[in-house]
Design a protein around this ligand. Structure first.
Ligand SMILES: [Zn+2]
Ligand SMILES: [Zn+2]
Length: 152
């Protein structure tokens, strides 16, 4: 992750295409990496293939969690915090509403603000609709008075 570039070092070993860090881990484990498992670089440097820099993740989901925690730790000093997509602030998970897929995206204060904006936008739309309606049905302001006078 980081700059988004793939800095892994590919190698060919015993007729298969793999990576230096995979071989390192397999060497330490004494067996092949299990299916679906991946290797994480603790210092986020994919070229630092020292065994002490490598962590085996059972799957990509866990691997991504490590990346998110490392990113949070670097950004705000707390691996448990999440970044709000709206205000960009790092906050604890309890400060978030989870979206449909269970991910925190927007913090509670931002959510409240966004909802207010949404309502105001729609109120403007409603007011405009009302104005247009009146303009169409009454040629002058007097039309409103006429509407309000009792029907004889
Ligand atoms: Zn990684
Ligand atoms: Zn926010």
């Amino acid at each position: 992750m980081g700059n988004g570039r793939d800095n892994r070092i590919p190698v060919r070993h015993e007729g298969r295409q793999t990576y230096v860090h995979v071989l390192m881990v397999e060497e330490v484990l004494g067996k092949k990496l299990p299916e679906g498992a991946c290797v994480h670089h603790l210092d986020m440097n994919q070229r630092n293939n020292n065994p002490s820099n490598l962590v085996v993740c059972e799957n990509q989901t866990y691997h991504m969690l490590l990346h998110r925690r490392a990113e949070a730790l670097k950004a705000c000093g707390d691996a448990n915090k999440r970044k709000c997509w709206v205000c960009g602030k790092w906050k604890p998970l309890s400060e978030f509403y989870l979206n449909k897929r269970g991910y925190p995206k927007i913090c509670k204060p931002c959510n409240t603000l966004e909802m207010r904006k949404f309502r105001e936008k729609n109120r403007d739309k409603y007011n405009k609709y009302q104005r247009d309606y009146r303009a169409k049905n009454n040629s002058s302001e007097g039309g409103v008075t006429r509407q309000l006078s009792p029907i004889l």
